[in-house]
Design a protein around this ligand. Structure first.
Ligand code: CDP
Length: 199
């Protein structure tokens, strides 16, 4: 069975938690594509070469979830050569047998426009910054500024900008608990997978 769930959206919207829950619920493989860009940014040197030569150790670095790694990721993510070097791996992952959930910025628009389910998970910048602050701590105003700066860079770049695919379902989690958001996402995927197996 080939079945892809594409989850896109801005920083700290809840994509990671929702993706992991969907993968566990339906037995799909999960790829956090942000980690690829974070690893390229953290590696330093020529970003294109870094993207072409990512190793499992690069993806296992303990510092990849930091604010700095997020900023470095969004700076290398504007480079077409970096995106091109990571595309094939993500496309193959998306169509692997047994089902896959990928979360990122351009999964439903560029990596896998044929995905069976496309979700655009979002929330207000204030809510997202508060969630990120609860994870990483530090200065709350700086976390909000960082979230806004990264959103702006991700949404305005020329190559694969962050935006909902025309046929994506938008899930605004601003006033939802994470449990509510997960329940809603599971309901959407279950409905779609039932209709695609009976079609
Ligand atoms: O976890 P969070 O949503 O904060 O970020 P992430 O998903 O780990 O992504 C880090 C950065 O990588 C983003 O701000 C984007 O600039 C970039 N990225 C991208 O361009 N395309 C993707 N498919 C995933 C991430």
């Amino acid at each position: 069975m080939i079945f892809t769930v594409a989850i896109d959206g801005p920083a700290a919207a809840g994509k990671g938690t929702i993706s992991r829950a969907l993968a566990a619920e339906f037995g799909f493989a999960h790829l956090d594509t942000g980690l690829l860009y974070r690893a390229v940014g953290a590696k330093g040197g020529d970003p294109e070469l870094a993207a072409q030569n990512l190793s499992p150790e690069d993806l296992a670095r303990p510092d990849l979830r930091s604010l700095e790694a997020g900023q470095a990721a969004s700076r290398v993510a504007v480079l077409p050569a970096v995106r091109a070097a990571l595309t094939e791996f993500q496309r193959r992952f998306a169509r692997r047998p047994g089902g896959a959930v990928l979360d990122g910025r351009d999964i439903g628009t560029v990596i896998c426009p044929q995905a069976e389910v496309k979700l655009y998970v979002t929330a207000s910048a204030e809510v997202r910054a508060r969630r990120r602050w609860l994870e990483v701590g530090g200065d709350a105003a700086q976390v909000l500024a960082e979230v806004r700066e990264r959103d702006d860079r991700d949404m305005t770049r020329a190559e694969a900008p962050l935006k909902p695919a025309p046929d994506a379902l938008v899930l605004d989690t601003s006033t939802m608990t994470i449990e509510q958001a997960v329940t809603e996402a599971i309901r959407i995927v279950a409905a779609r997978s039932a209709s695609s197996t009976t079609a």
